[in-house]
Ligand binder design. Structure first.
Ligand code: FES
Length: 173
């Protein structure tokens, strides 16, 4: 009796490969949506949120050309958790009464700035960067003026967004 062609080793090998490929395709098709659901929060861009800064009437009372550092707290979703990110807003009123909402981050490498009243300048302790009261670079390595927070007025309250209005890379928070 001759061995049937169905039992030949080459046919069995072929069937094994085909079944293996089909199993792999089904496995990938099932795994991709599950992995996508699990991992997507890690790759999602950070939420854009607003935080209260203060009443506009109070902010208008600050002394002209005298920066006031005010903390804000952004509640942002990161991955699977919601974190509170404290940040500083430097409010400056110019001589016309216009308000500016600067970040206290140096635009060189992000160190926190100090206001030196005697010199009327923001000083960066890291590499000596200096900015004038309206955020213009007046010394050191910073490549650009201070970042300004996105902001809006809502029922008399100034809200700050966790984003800079003039930074394409959005280093806000
Ligand atoms: S980080 Fe401010 S000068 Fe370098």
């Amino acid at each position: 009796m001759t061995k049937s062609s169905e039992d030949s080793p080459s046919r069995r090998t072929f069937m094994t490969v085909v079944i293996g490929l089909i199993s792999a395709v089904i496995g990938v098709a099932v795994a991709i949506p599950i992995l996508g659901t699990i991992l997507s929060p890690l790759f999602k861009k950070r939420d854009i949120v607003w935080a209260e800064l203060g009443k506009i009437d109070d902010l208008k009372k600050i002394k002209p050309l005298t920066p006031k550092f005010i903390p804000v707290y952004f509640r942002v979703k990161e991955g699977w958790t919601i974190n509170t990110l404290p940040r500083q807003v430097v409010v400056v009123k110019d001589i016309t009464g216009k308000l500016y909402f600067f970040s206290n981050q140096c635009t060189h490498l992000g160190c926190p700035l100090h206001w030196i009243a005697a010199r009327q300048k923001f000083l960066c302790p890291c590499h000596g960067g200096m900015f004038n009261v309206l955020g213009k670079v007046v010394g050191g390595p910073p490549p650009r003026p201070l970042y300004r927070w996105v902001h809006k007025l809502n029922n008399g309250t100034v809200l700050i967004q966790n984003k800079f209005m003039d930074n394409p890379k959005d280093r806000g928070v």
